[in-house]
Structure formats: C-alpha cells, structure tokens
Design a protein around this ligand. Structure first.
Ligand SMILES: [Fe+2]
Length: 282
C-alpha cells in the first residue's frame, strides 16, 4: 500500500505561438492530450515535471505548462514540482513557474505534507549536458542532514545513470557519483529524472532512479549504433512510494500517429551536436 503517489512527467518541450517541436509535433496539444488520458490516475500527492518544460524558452510556453499542469494537479489534489532542464531558460522559468527571480541554478526544496522534494537544476546554460556544482551538492547535503517526516524525493533533469544512446551519452550528467555520494544513507526514497525521452528504472548505489518517458516524443533506443531516432509517442510514470520500496508504472497515453518517425540523425550529425552541446573535452 503506497503512502505517497506521484505523477512524473518530463520533457514537455512546449513552444509559443503554436510552434511545432522539431517542426512536427504540437507539444502543447500533446501535453493536453496526455493529461486528458491520465485523468483517471487517482489521487496524487504531487505532479513532478522533471525538466525541458519549454523548448523555446518563451514565457508563453511556461504559461501554457502552468495552466495545463496546475489545472490537472488541482483536480487531483496534488502539489506541482517543477525542475529545469537543458532546454529551459532560467529567467522566464523562474518568473512564471517559481514566481521568483532567477539567481543561478533553480534549485528548491518543497514540503508536501511532510514529503520533501529536493529539486536540483542540472542544466548548464548554453549546453545540453548536465552538471551539479559543489555548492549545489553541499546545499543538498545540508537539506538531507535532517530527515523529513515522509522522506525525500530528489528531482533532477539529467539522470545519474548511463544513457541509452550515443547522443544522450554525450549529454549525460557529469560525475553522477558525486550526487550519489550525497544521497547515500539519507532519507531519499527515489530520484526522478527525464532527459532521455525513454522510460526506465534502475537502482544505483541502493537508490531508485526513475526516468520518465518524454511527453514530446519517444527516443528509439533500438536505433543503429551511433544514430539518434525519435518517433511519436508520449507517456508518464506513476511513482508509488510504500514502506517496502518504490513501484513505478509506465503510463503510455496512445495518440494519433504513434510510432511515426520524427527524425533520424546520422552519426555525423550526432557527432556535431555532441561537440557543440556535449561534455567539453578536457
Ligand atoms: Fe528533452
């Protein structure tokens, strides 16, 4: 029996003015469709959106996300927890979704009836890979020093896990071990991430990490080595926290054109993106 239920969404990639993600997907309509499909999910403690809320960084895209997700959350008695991803822009993200000025990484701590959400901003402005600075990790260590009544859920866009494709490997979280070190021996019950547009759950160093599917599209992890391919497809995860552990249900919301190819990147293009947005070579 779960004592906490969290709906985990990620990578909505919304745009202003009816813009299309990758020129093909109306992500605002897709998010609306996904939330309508999830209406029967039942009561929730929180709805978490683990980054890449916007694709173009426009205030309008954040206002759309706020209207849709917060409307859904109210209907389910849930709080909303937002985290920033590599496609987000800190200034409009903070102004619209956090109602606060952006000063450095958009980290935060939220108390939901004793269940604590510790949000880390792993984005690096202008880059696609993820990083957590020593100050961020130190602040997290201080937060976790005191257990919360119902434990803690960490939300961070870039998962502390290996990536499913070559492109995402170049855009992975740097030094995931540094984060896992901070989590060891604390009251953290799960880490919720996105970024890979591909759902999976893994246990690393005794910590359960849940990577949500993307709302915007689905990463075809069976693509030939070195390529990157995305298809239509959206979903979310229901994360239920119980006394014996974490149960994650991947919720796929069927939509028109599911499985249709959206783009394929050749190894050359993957290499260029990796050079431009990936981990800097030392
Ligand atoms: Fe994304």
């Amino acid at each position: 029996m779960a004592d906490a239920r969290v709906l985990h969404l990620s990578d909505t990639h919304l745009l202003a003015d009816g813009g299309l993600h990758q020129g093909l997907v109306d992500t605002t309509a897709t998010l609306r469709h996904v939330l309508a499909g999830l209406a029967g999910v039942g009561p929730l403690d929180a709805v978490v959106v683990s980054g890449d809320v916007s694709d173009d960084g426009s205030a309008e895209s954040y206002l759309s996300a706020q209207e849709l997700v917060e409307g859904f959350a109210v209907e389910h008695g849930a709080a909303v927890v937002w985290a920033a991803g590599n496609h987000d822009q800190r200034l409009p993200f903070a102004e619209v979704l956090l109602a606060s000025p952006a000063e450095g990484p958009l980290d935060g701590v939220h108390d939901v009836d004793g269940l604590r959400f510790a949000v880390l901003d792993s984005s690096v402005p202008g880059a696609g890979y993820g990083e957590l600075g020593p100050e961020q990790l130190e602040r997290l260590r201080e937060v976790l020093a005191e257990p919360a009544p119902r434990g803690t859920v960490v939300v961070v866009h870039h998962p502390p896990l290996p990536a499913p494709t070559v492109l995402h490997d170049a855009l992975r979280l740097q030094d995931p071990g540094a984060l896992l070190d901070v989590l060891r021996g604390t009251d953290v019950r799960a880490v919720l991430s996105g970024h890979y547009h591909h759902p999976f759950v893994a246990t690393v160093d005794g910590v359960v990490v849940v990577v949500a599917p993307g709302v915007a599209n689905r990463n075809d992890v069976l693509v030939a080595a070195g390529q990157e391919r995305a298809v239509r497809g959206s979903g979310a995860c229901l994360v239920e926290l119980g006394p014996d552990g974490v149960r994650t249900t991947v919720l796929t919301v069927p939509g028109p054109g599911d499985g249709e190819e959206l783009f394929v990147l050749t190894p050359d293009v993957v290499g260029r993106i990796a050079r431009d947005a990936g981990v800097p070579s030392s």
